[in-house]
Design a protein around this ligand. Structure first.
Ligand code: OGA
Ligand code: MN
Length: 204
């Protein structure tokens, strides 16, 4: 059986070569489903907030998702599983790419049908803390006809569409890759996570 660290070595090589990569299965389907159920329940419970962008976290016409940050203490059981996997990936990337990633921040995001997120870069607050963007998808039985791709713009100005299939993890360099979320015909759930270095710019 393939060791998880092998997946991470492949991801590190692809990131070093191309600046982005996607992994089809970060964790087991049962673990992914537990996160999806928690995210759906939080959304139904109306505890997620309309997402903002930029310094003031003002509600933004650029994006239509509702988000909820993972708590800094007392993660739920499904969140702990995610955090452990992401931390081992972060440590593997530090080892192979000498990145100095010290921690992560993560939020659930739910896009209602018809909502998206306009083309943007993930660096915020004039801070260079975010180095790697990691987006983990939670949607069972997603079809391309449902829409909702993340469109990643490559340095040569071509683009790739990544569909939000449950279990897929997309990684890209936060400072270099503009991307957008295309609207979907059904509810679309993800975890957006950033691996951070010790910020040199303003703190966030
Ligand atoms: C973001 C983002 C992408 C996605 O939250 O910055 O680009 O596919 N999310 O959810
Ligand atoms: Mn983004």
């Amino acid at each position: 059986m393939m060791q998880p660290t092998d997946d991470f070595t492949v991801a590190a090589k692809a990131l070093a070569a191309d600046g982005w990569c996607s992994m089809p299965q970060l964790m087991s389907m049962a673990q992914t489903r537990a996160l999806a159920q928690e995210c759906a329940a939080l959304h139904e419970g109306k505890v997620m907030l309309p997402a903002g962008t930029g310094r003031a976290h003002s509600r933004s016409p650029l994006r239509g998702d509702h988000t909820l940050w993972f708590p800094t203490a007392a993660l739920t059981a499904p969140q702990q599983v995610f955090q452990r996997r992401i931390d081992s990936l972060r440590i593997a990337l530090n080892r192979s790419l000498f990145l100095g990633l010290v921690d992560t921040e993560s939020h659930y995001a739910v896009y209602s049908p018809g909502s998206g997120y306009a083309r943007h870069l993930d660096r915020i607050h004039d801070s260079d803390a975010r180095v790697i963007s990691a987006v983990f998808y939670l949607n069972d039985h997603w079809r391309e006809s449902d829409g909702g791709a993340l469109r990643l713009y490559l340095p040569d100005q071509s683009s790739r569409d990544i569909y939000p299939h449950a279990g897929t993890l997309l990684l890209f360099l936060s400072a270099q890759f503009e991307h957008q979320v295309l609207p979907a015909t059904r509810q679309r759930m993800s975890i957006a996570c950033w691996m951070r270095q010790q910020g040199v710019g303003a703190t966030c």
